[in-house]
Design a protein around this ligand. Sequence first.
Ligand code: PMP
Length: 380
Amino acid sequence: MVVFDKPAGQDKASRDYDKARTGVVKPRELHELVRGNIWKLDPYSCARDEFKGREAHVFLDANESPYNAPYNRYPDPLQERLKESLAKVKQVPTERIFLGNGSDEAIDLVYRIFCEPGVDNVVAIAPTYGMYKVCADVNDVGYRTVTLGDGYQLDAGRVLDAVNAYTKVIWLCSPNNPTGNDLDRLEVERILQEFDGIVVVDEAYSDFSQLPPLRLFLDHFPNMIVLNTFSKAWGCAAIRLGMAFASRQIIDLFNKVKYPYNVNTLTQQKALEMLDEATATEGRVRQICREREHMLPAMEELPICQRVYPSAANFFLAKVTDADAIYSYLVDKGIIVRNRNRVQMCEGCLRITIGTKEENNELLAALRQYESECRKKKTT
Ligand code: PMP
């Protein structure tokens, strides 16, 4: 469903005219996209920013306690050591990295930086990750949805048709949650080229996909923000660490608006440890992908399963005979999956995360048992 709420304004009309005449979309300048108050914002200056770069051993500048080291000290507000390590692993220069309290922080910041409450809107695919809409609602920003097509695929033309003069951001998620598929890369690129605002591509699950990650193409698309997280492939959902990769100018805006000490010391330390052993994470990702290759056909064989959608993520979507009943049955067995029965275009579906081999086998056994109990009930 494409919902239009406001007529296109003069700027949009003249841009459309230019596009029709020349076939080229003129990107809006960053200052045209950023909220006026944010563009002018004088950011908070941390105590430690002021002496930066020089040696010191007595710190009486931040009203910290002198006891209980090292936790008495505020964390590095720009997480420099962590970004240096991340830059090597992610192949993105430090000045193009923002770190936040989960990628959920970056999602909220996108609204606070670019979208004028009560005026601007965003366009997002549907179904997709729920926080894009929650943050739009919190920030009083219009949220327009464009449903995915067959096989949950992206149609760039329909997304671009949903844009009006007040559209600042387009939200894409690839591999998409909850559908699990990669969005067609050519369609994503068309949106990046033809939309004159910001395009966020949430690649929370890209470590499980064969497609090259879009963060490696920041130079090609100055209007792109790519999101990554430590919560999935890195196995660190507890530490709350999310990443945004974008042009230096966009990252500067994130840093200006974020809370000064948004990533705590324990998180920074743990993330550094994980990055030092990045090969261990790569091994776990390979293991999860192997399990996925085993789980999808195993699910397809179950008579309660009507369809298993292809997945490039660490989860998959399965259409089953009775999603609510099967969900409750599994809960009674102590197995929790995500019931997506009430999500538009996911009716009758469960979203199932790939676990360890033992967990996956336990799930399959429980589903077989459900089925045999159903059969028994029918015959008695
Ligand atoms: N993006 C997507 C697509 C997700 O599915 C999730 C969490 N399920 C997030 C972002 C949030 O990640 P984080 O834990 O880094 O806030």
